[in-house]
Design a protein around this ligand. Structure first.
Ligand SMILES: [Zn+2]
Ligand SMILES: [Zn+2]
Length: 586
């Protein structure tokens, strides 16, 4: 059997070859569910010189990747190493192994591996004791000449705890300055591109469910297993579950859906759902189903002998039923990856299928097309906003808040994400920053030492605590600032909630003082989106609504002949994050 690679699959393979020809650094490919990752893997294995090890975390994937390669290259050069599949063959040129089995039998892999491929590579962590890390370390130390080229593939390159699993994107985006399991993302096809090019069907997101679970009383979903609490909530909402399933059945009938997948929150929940579905038309797959039973149900569903399939997150990877055209999500997930995988089950092409209905009864509200920016959503009203870097012009995607007219009034981006190819460095621009008191360099607001002069940056909490203990210091929790101009002299009056105030002056006729003002204030206009250089005190007054307000200001008493005369502003703390309360600005 021969396969024709699609254009983007060719491109992906080409990128990998080109990358490892010139670099030893690890790389990953991002291909959405349904993009045919296993064919890309097969082609890479075929073209690779030397021995190849392909790792997957579940045996279904191992088997699928093996089957795809064996169909492409029918020369018996492939073997499977997976206890779950009952085969431990490490002698083939291309080995498809399960992570668990390989990690448990590292002594069987005491040969040079030239290419190590990790499927679903967003599962890799930085933990050196993880199975992935131990395999990579063992292969790297055993290879006599050089460690293997490390390639990952995933549809969803992020984790809840880590954010992106790679540092740099080929489009010139820096995702992280910290180490990540992969250095480069060298190729990405988006879900939208796949749909627009007709490789996947369009998801039809149904907006108005009859009923929806209200999970708001539960703590926000993290990585912790909150199954118990979710269960208790669902038990209290039996009527909701029943009416939801009635609607699913109604919609399936009305829109002549052929394959309906229902994602439940727990085993009990799944069983309850099954009870509401038409008898004889529905099957259930639980995490603990005996293998035979599970295979039988899945086969029946794939053959369209069953119309409904209820499952508890076990059919998110390595399951292929292209006819699925309705997906009902009755579980909550904080993980965009999981959400995408769930929806991805319904986007495969199939004869006679033109779209896939997706109904989210759990109000997950994840965006399918621009889903993740590497950090958790900071607040409920946050959305992804585009923020242009004033230095390099790159359009960053940050969490932010827009006003009714669509303007970004606030964003949570700290630094521009652009990679400047010409300088071979990341764009230096910071939207918010902590200024080094020693050399004036701009540092991340969480930095502990200055990136430029390496001197220790005082933690604002320590500074405030120290100031509060001093008799001659005045710490103001700023609730408002007045801007007053007299000629070209600007007077700033900081007020706290109790009526205390501190004053400072900037003489705009002095280039030095003007520079200080611009550095402290004008640079931060509109959260650093549009820095300005103000030339007159009048301009500052005019723009005062747009100028930032420090959260705290610290003054120190100036003494004349031992007696205090006035307080001079010594510190202004912007973008404060710490344990002291800031003033209520409402
Ligand atoms: Zn930039
Ligand atoms: Zn410094």
């Amino acid at each position: 059997m021969t396969y024709q690679l699609r254009a983007y699959q060719h491109a992906a393979v080409h990128k990998v070859l080109a990358h490892f020809r010139s670099s030893r650094q690890s790389a990953c490919l991002v291909l959405p569910t349904g993009a045919g990752k296993s064919l890309v893997i097969a082609e890479l294995c075929r073209l690779a010189r030397g021995r190849v090890l392909v790792l997957a975390h579940v045996q279904e994937l191992c088997e699928q990747n093996y089957a795809k390669y064996s169909n492409l290259v029918a020369d018996g050069s492939a073997g499977i190493f997976s206890a779950g599949l009952g085969q431990k063959n490490a002698s083939a040129r291309v080995t498809f192994g399960s992570v668990q089995s390989v990690a448990a039998n590292l002594e069987d892999f005491s040969f040079d591996v030239s290419l190590l491929i990790i499927d679903e590579c967003h599962r890799c962590s930085l933990d050196e004791h993880s199975q992935y890390a131990r395999i990579i370390a063992a292969l790297s130390s055993r290879s006599s000449e050089r460690s293997p080229s490390l390639l990952g593939l995933t549809a969803t390159p992020y984790r809840l705890d880590l954010g992106y699993c790679y540092q740099r994107h080929v489009d010139g985006i820096v995702r992280s300055d910290e180490p990540r399991p992969f250095v480069h993302c060298i190729f990405e096809v988006t879900l939208r591109q796949m749909i627009d090019q007709g490789y996947l069907v369009r998801p039809q997101l149904i907006d108005a469910p009859v009923a929806q679970y209200d999970f708001s009383s539960l703590p926000s979903p993290g990585q912790v297993d909150d199954a118990v609490e979710v269960n208790q909530l669902l038990v209290r909402h039996r009527r909701v579950t029943q009416s939801i399933i009635e609607q699913v059945v109604e919609l399936a009938d009305l829109h002549e859906r052929r394959g309906v997948m229902i994602f439940a929150a727990s085993v009990d929940h799944a069983r309850e759902i099954l009870g509401y579905l038409p008898p004889g038309q529905a099957g259930i797959v639980l995490g603990d189903s005996a293998e035979d039973d599970r295979d039988h149900v899945v086969r029946q569903f794939v053959a369209q002998g069953l119309r409904y399939l209820v499952n508890v997150a076990v059919l998110t990877t390595g399951f292929d039923a292209p006819h699925v055209d309705l997906i009902a999500i009755l579980r909550r997930t904080a993980s965009v990856s999981l959400y995408q995988q769930i929806v991805g089950r319904g986007l495969r092409l199939h004869p006679g299928k033109s779209d896939c209905m997706v109904i989210d009864y759990a109000g997950n509200g994840h965006q399918l097309f621009s889903p993740e920016i590497g950090t958790p959503k900071p607040s409920a009203q946050s959305e992804i906003v585009a923020v242009t870097c004033p230095v390099c012009g790159y359009d960053n995607q940050f969490w932010g808040i827009k006003d009714d007219a669509g303007y970004v009034v606030e964003h949570f981006g700290r630094r521009c994400h652009a990679w400047i190819e010409a300088k071979n460095a990341r764009c230096e621009y910071r939207f918010v920053f902590k200024e080094c008191p020693h050399c004036c360099a701009e540092n991340d607001i969480g930095a502990r030492a200055c990136g430029s002069c390496q001197k220790v940056l005082v933690d604002p909490d320590d500074m405030l605590k120290a100031a509060l203990s001093l008799k001659d210091a005045l710490v103001l929790r700023v609730s408002g600032v007045q801007f007053l101009a007299s000629g070209n002299r600007l007077r700033l009056v900081y007020h706290d909630e109790d009526g205390a105030q501190l004053t400072e002056h900037f003489d705009f006729d002095s280039a030095a003082q003007r520079g200080v003002f611009n550095r402290i204030f004008s640079r931060r206009i509109a959260h650093g989106q549009r820095p300005l250089e103000l030339m007159t005190a009048a301009q500052a007054v005019q723009l005062q609504r747009h100028l930032p307000q420090p959260d705290f200001v610290v003054g120190r008493a100036q003494k004349k002949r031992g007696r205090p005369t006035f307080y001079r502003v010594r510190e202004r703390v912007f973008n404060y994050v710490g344990r002291f309360r800031t003033a209520d600005h409402s």
